[in-house]
Design a protein around this ligand. Structure first.
Ligand code: AHR
Length: 489
């Protein structure tokens, strides 16, 4: 099969906001306890955080990490997670039917972010929480005056403000599963007043309002419109969440979901523009795709973990190679919409729906989905380029004309390289990829393949690992069913 991409260094989509390479840690399952944090683990640092997990996170160059939820957020009182650890309350976490020991809270998380070199993206509880709870958390994090909560932070051992810049106003408040879910008007009002109050305290912060929990929510569209109408002046970004499944075992349809994701982004961007015109504002609302991934393996075979345990091991997706192909394609979709998507978070980072897995007390390893994210994050910084793509298509449920190729093209920050990320979705045919208009030499070709679509990386075996392909003068060949990175100079 042949594909051709035409591109030019000066035909750009937009500079890529580095924050599209974010991720997410929720108090969910073993993401925190026995994930990032496990005092007593042989690799634990002085703060009880796992060194082996940190070593896997670092190369991902995750720009920001969303915290503490997720559904967990809507029942969480941040005050439970500060101060001496032996005085912190143990609470039932109603969102995930787990026990929350509160041994990791705001200070531990924010200091861990500093150590691993990621920015925090904090979220305030707008389920059981109030605007007052939210602004007091902001005061605790960012306050530099001698006020009650800023002094409490000092008392807890942290003098300097954390200066957290990005704040989510609740989580998935349209979802009936959400603790204290709301109508669009109810949510729009509280989001507005919370953001207003928070910005009165710290005008340098940016806020993210909740969009729909996923595209097929019955209120998708009307929810976004009403929330923005109610809160426009105080909101900077609107969130999108989407996880894809393959319960039907239809891989070609599954792989086409990245096209659907692009439509979803365009729809939400159009709604933002419509409301901007309606309210007569010059400000453009950016998109924050702050939960994106594949999610469907864990519940297979009726697996139901025991409830009300600490670090209840749920949503531990064992990602296979097909998932890595879709994750790579979804990242392409985000880069191809760099003009509107300014923030994104791969959901999540460790154990729960994650590219990194751990054994309690034992090993940590990278899943298949780790690799497309790693290369995207390391080499996908710069400016997204427009591409004119010619490639054969196939018919599936998602689209009568789904392309066999998913690609994105990035001009590096120093202008020296163009990096093309390319997924060949054909399961049985290699693809020769011709590039027109660039007048550049292929310097590096990295490919990710696996023995089978259902190959999984485990602690014992890593069948899906990236490898370098020798480059020559001829057009590169993308193996059947492969993710690839091509670097031109
Ligand atoms: O990421 C897992 C869950 O998915 C989050 O808690 C929630 O926001 C979403 O429904």
């Amino acid at each position: 099969m042949k594909a051709r991409i035409r591109l030019q260094k000066d035909c750009i989509i937009s500079p890529i906001d580095p924050r599209v390479f974010g991720s997410f840690i929720e108090h969910l399952g073993r993401a925190v306890y026995t994930g990032i944090y496990e005092p007593g683990h042989p690799t634990a640092d002085a703060f009880g955080f796992r060194g082996d997990v940190e070593e896997l996170i670092r190369p991902l160059h995750v720009t920001q990490i969303r915290y503490p939820g997720g559904n967990f957020l809507s029942g969480y009182d941040w005050r439970d997670g500060i101060g001496p650890k032996d005085k912190r309350p143990v609470r039932p976490d109603m969102a995930w039917s787990a026990i929350e020991p509160n041994q990791v809270g705001t200070d531990e998380f924010l200091q861990w972010c500093e150590r691993i070199g990621a920015q925090p993206m904090m979220a305030v509880n707008l389920g059981t929480g109030t605007p007052k709870d939210a602004v007091e958390l902001l005061e605790y994090c960012n306050g530099d005056m001698h006020t009650y909560w800023a002094d409490k932070r000092r008392e807890n051992g942290r003098e300097a403000p954390y200066n957290v810049k990005l704040w989510c106003l609740g989580n998935e408040m349209d979802g009936p599963w959400q603790i204290c879910s709301k109508t669009a008007t109810e949510y729009g009002r509280i989001a507005c007043e919370t953001a207003k109050l928070m910005k009165m305290f710290d005008p340098t912060i940016e806020t993210v309002a909740c969009g729909s929990s996923y595209r097929t929510m019955p209120t998708f569209g009307t929810w976004e419109e009403e929330v923005l109408r109610q809160s426009y002046p105080y909101v900077d970004y609107l969130s999108l969440h989407q996880y894809y499944t393959n319960h039907e075992g239809d891989v070609m349809n599954f792989l086409a979901r990245s096209e659907e994701m692009g439509e979803f982004i365009q729809e939400v961007a159009a709604i933002c523009e419509k409301i901007r015109l309606e309210v007569g504002s010059d400000k453009h609302i950016g998109l924050s795709f702050d939960e994106w991934n594949v999610w469907y393996h864990y519940a297979k075979n009726g697996r139901v973990p025991e409830k009300w345990t600490v670090a209840r091991p749920i949503e531990e997706e064992n990602y296979d190679f097909a998932d890595a192909l879709l994750v790579g394609s979804m990242l392409n979709t985000l880069l191809n919409h760099a003009d509107v998507v300014k923030v994104a978070c791969l959901a999540q980072l460790v154990n729960a729906l994650a590219p990194i897995m751990t054994e309690p007390g034992g090993r940590a390893w990278a899943q298949t989905t780790y690799w497309p994210f790693l290369y995207g994050s390391q080499f996908g910084r710069g400016t997204a380029l427009q591409q004119e793509v010619e490639v054969p298509t196939y018919a599936c449920g998602v689209s009568p004309k789904a392309p066999y190729l998913s690609s994105s093209a990035v001009l590096s920050e120093n202008g020296a390289h163009v990096t093309v990320f390319a997924v060949n979705k054909s399961l049985d045919e290699a693809m020769t990829l011709e590039l027109d208009g660039l007048n550049a030499v292929l310097e590096q070709h990295v490919t990710l393949t696996a023995p089978a679509l259902d190959s999984e990386n485990t602690a014992d075996a890593q069948p899906a690992l990236p490898r370098e392909v020798a480059v020559g003068a001829e057009a590169p060949e993308l193996p059947a069913a492969s993710w690839n990175m091509l670097r031109f100079r």
